[in-house]
Design a protein around this ligand. Structure first.
Ligand SMILES: Nc1ncnc2c1ncn2[C@@H]1O[C@H](COP(=O)(O)OP(=O)(O)O)[C@@H](O)[C@H]1O
Ligand SMILES: [Mg+2]
Length: 251
């Protein structure tokens, strides 16, 4: 589904490469965890997949279902089923969460040539998903992320994912301050949305997350390179031994 080959990236106007040759293949139904110390390039990888400005791809390719992902506009990526959750979700004052979800779903359906859902059908859909994910109905009326606690932001993000039903989910988890409740919310959401035709890439600094989400594959990113890949047992090893050995290896 997702194939990253020899990806090299630098920040525009800077010499230094942040990603220095990433290779990664993610198949349908798989959950991959990308772990690594602060500054290793985890968020940069998620920004590249999202199509954020300010980065220059100096080599390599990213294909999604056989298409050149890097050649697609961010909204095309979303419409074709790519969902990205960022480390720092944006706040949208004046736009209720329900309304935001409606606009997001409508524009994606439109881009795919699907008809618009009627308001009652849409409400039913969101209420159903909210209930399933234990999202308080009150939250749906509040402006997107405004004044949300860390845990509420995570819940809103997972709800968004559930409503949009993407085929590739990339979640960049916060490096600090993610409390155990927020961790559980993300993990429960990811686990609930696991499916044979959906792939997930969970990016995290925090080994604890993988006690709740059991990944099929784990990759260690260090200084812009994947220095080790393995199964779920690699996460346990990292929890015990930390990242120090890999930092030397990547230098
Ligand atoms: N826009 C930018 N301008 C300058 N340096 C950047 C920019 N984005 C990322 N970097 C640098 O690239 C490295 C990787 O950052 P990042 O991808 O945020 O790492 P991680 O998410 O693994 O902590 C860091 O050294 C960071 O300072
Ligand atoms: Mg980061």
């Amino acid at each position: 589904m997702l194939k990253i080959e020899n990806l090299h990236v630098r920040v525009e106007d800077e010499e230094r490469e942040i990603l220095r040759g990433i290779d990664l293949e993610v198949g349908a139904g798989e959950v991959h965890a990308i772990m690594g110390p602060n500054g290793s390039g985890k968020s940069t990888l998620s920004y590249i997949l999202a199509g954020r400005d300010g980065y220059e791809i100096t080599d390599g390719s990213v294909t999604y279902n056989g298409e050149d992902l890097l050649d697609m506009e961010p909204d095309e990526r979303a419409a074709s089923g790519v969902f990205l959750a960022f480390q720092y979700p944006i706040e949208i004052p004046g736009v209720a969460t329900m309304q935001f979800l409606k606009v997001a779903l409508s524009s994606q359906r439109k881009a795919r040539g699907e008809g618009e859902l009627s308001t009652p059908d849409f409400m039913r859909l969101v209420r159903g998903k909210a209930e399933q994910l234990k999202v308080n109905q009150d939250m749906l009326k509040r402006p997107v992320n405004v004044g949300f606690s860390g845990g509420e932001k995570k819940r809103a993000e997972i709800l968004q994912m559930a409503v949009l039903e993407p085929s590739l989910c990339v979640l960049d988890e916060t490096d600090s301050g993610l409390d155990i409740d927020a961790l559980r919310i993300v993990a429960d959401g990811v686990n609930a949305l696991r499916s044979p035709d959906r792939a997930m890439v969970v990016i995290t600094h925090y080994q604890r997350l993988l006690e709740y989400i059991v990944p099929d594959h784990v990759h260690v990113l260090s200084r812009g390179r994947i220095v080790r890949s393995g199964g779920k047992e690699l996460a346990l090893e990292l929890e015990k031994d930390g990242y120090a050995a890999y930092e030397e290896q990547a230098a």
